[in-house]
Ligand binder design. Structure first.
Ligand SMILES: NC(=O)c1ccc[n+]([C@@H]2O[C@H](COP(=O)([O-])OP(=O)(O)OC[C@H]3O[C@@H](n4cnc5c(N)ncnc54)[C@H](OP(=O)(O)O)[C@@H]3O)[C@@H](O)[C@H]2O)c1
Length: 228
């Protein structure tokens, strides 16, 4: 992918069981998340310019808008919460979902002209900003966000979207929560899709163990050139 993103940083946050499941108990990632993971999630959202998420996750996890930022220690009024930007080729999202009805900042629907016009119109009527793009390649998505000045990109998955970002070498940071449970089942891994070639080497820049055994791992892309 063309590195046009000089000022842009893409941080992915994902939670997994010890055996690699990304969903459990029919509740998606909520079935795995722990208090330490939720606190990290909230703090990363506070620092983000935009929350980028795949439509599968928005549908399965009943996404809603980001909650208001807290008032700062100096009492200054916080800015509006970041928008949720949903990546969808189909525009098959429910206009009555909390993503559209329970939000302060209008969500962005990143889609293409190939998505049915009636669906795009229904989401626009529900308050979303429809952003038709030539394609949904990571380079195109991130260039559009950069054009809007959305430089701190928090990608909350899911595996299909993260897989595309990894394949495009677009992940700058990964916040991986390892929850001390074994889940078995059929849930997939945190990223899926095309092979990353070469492998994207990351380095551990921070780690915290919560009292319940949750491990919060903070990785950053290794310095260039990769794989050396
Ligand atoms: N453990 C975790 O941290 C975590 C995080 C997030 C999600 N999850 C779980 O992951 C599961 C969902 O997985 P998923 O892979 O379906 O999630 P996903 O990546 O959120 O959604 C996939 C869908 O998003 C759209 N999409 C994403 N990337 C695209 C791209 N580059 N180009 C075109 N369309 C793209 C497509 O939507 P259309 O079909 O509308 O075209 C595609 O079907 C759920 O069980 C969820 O709970 C877990």
């Amino acid at each position: 992918m063309q590195r046009h993103r000089n000022a842009q940083r893409v941080t992915a946050i994902m939670v997994t069981s010890l055996d690699g499941a990304v969903a459990a108990g029919g509740r998606g990632s909520q079935g795995l998340s722990t208090p330490a993971d939720r606190e990290l999630f909230r703090s990363l959202r506070r620092a983000a310019d935009v929350v980028l998420v795949g439509a599968g996750t928005a549908r399965d996890e009943d996404y809603r808008g980001v909650r208001p930022r807290p008032v700062g220690p100096d009492g200054a009024a916080p800015g509006p919460p970041p928008p949720v930007a949903v990546v969808t080729g189909s525009a098959d999202l429910d206009p009555a979902a909390p993503l559209f009805t329970d939000t302060i900042t209008a969500p962005l629907v990143l889609t293409t002209a190939a998505a049915p016009e009636s669906r795009r119109a229904a989401l626009a009527a529900a308050g979303a900003e429809i952003v038709p793009l030539p394609d949904l390649d990571p380079g195109t998505l991130l260039a559009e966000l950069a054009r809007r000045g959305l430089n701190e990109v928090l990608c909350e998955g899911g595996p299909t979207l993260l897989g595309a970002l990894v394949a495009a070498d677009a992940v700058d940071e990964l916040r991986l929560t390892l929850v001390p449970v074994l889940a078995a089942g059929t849930a997939g891994r945190i990223a899926s899709g095309p092979d990353a070639a070469p492998l994207r080497r990351m380095r551990l820049v921070g780690h915290t163990a919560a009292p319940d055994g949750t491990l919060l791992l903070h990785y950053r892309r290794a310095s260039y050139p990769p794989n050396e």
